[in-house]
Design a protein around this ligand. Sequence first.
Ligand SMILES: O=C(O)C(=O)Cc1ccccc1
Length: 306
Amino acid sequence: MPKLAYLGPQGTFCEAALRRLAPDAERLPAANVGAALHAARTGEADGAVVPLENSVEGAITQTLDELAWGGPLLITGELLLPVEFSLLVRPGTELPQIKRIISHPAAITQCRGYLEREMPDALVMAWPSTAGAAQEVAAPGSPYDAAISPAIAAEYYGLDEFASGIGDRSDTVTRFVRVSPPGPLPEPTGADRTSLVAFLRDDHPGALLEMLSEFSVRGVNLTRIESRPTGDGIGRYFFHFDCEGHVADARVGEAISGLRRLCADLRFLGSYPRADRVATQIRAGTADDDFTEAAGWLERIRNGQA
Ligand SMILES: O=C(O)C(=O)Cc1ccccc1
């Protein structure tokens, strides 16, 4: 039974994601995303489940940066989890008493409308996780009055649900990934995704276009692109790419080789089955057989057998 670290404590969306991704796994709650990934790197856990992006707010940047800069880890699975937010309070709390609210930053930004409408004067502060915020509100003497959290955390920590469904949108989905220490890749399924982090060799006109061309000329569809600052001053960026397909697919492998030549550094973050199981559409001329046929043809020309 694998042991998987996750953004704890019990009751986070991340825990719900882990339960679905690996129902039989032993669950190791971590204080924050960095600690969960650290446990996967050191071997304290066999892997970790962490949030990567949200359909409303976009990237969970801490996860992106950890995967880009931290010790190498491979994404081996993903899950799309619908998320619904509740406002949890100590039993008996009334609206005028709610002055300090805490939650994960991604939850706060997705409940802006409710907070501004219903409690515009409340202070809203970041906490490492939603259920962690609920646990804090429940602690004796806590200076905080409410937590934005999954409803389930009310049961775990003895809180009341002051309001439910407080997200600005009702159809929000968060993408979680399972990461593992470097090792064998999941087998190709025909409905896979590959994740990469690319660092430019130098800044010049068309540098991004050149990278994108490596995908486009081989018929590889991108599913996400994200620029992140390198930290070396304004205007310096590196890029996260997700594309359809598996590194075992010829077109994906060739695109990645092309990127490798273009980039100062290219980090492979894994090839893994897509959560939505949408099969990759293969454009004419970009199937594995087409690459094999073309390579054979080239070989024959070079050998004077054309
Ligand atoms: O704090 C949690 O419960 C998480 O899993 C992170 C998160 C926060 C808000 C939306 C989605 C995931």
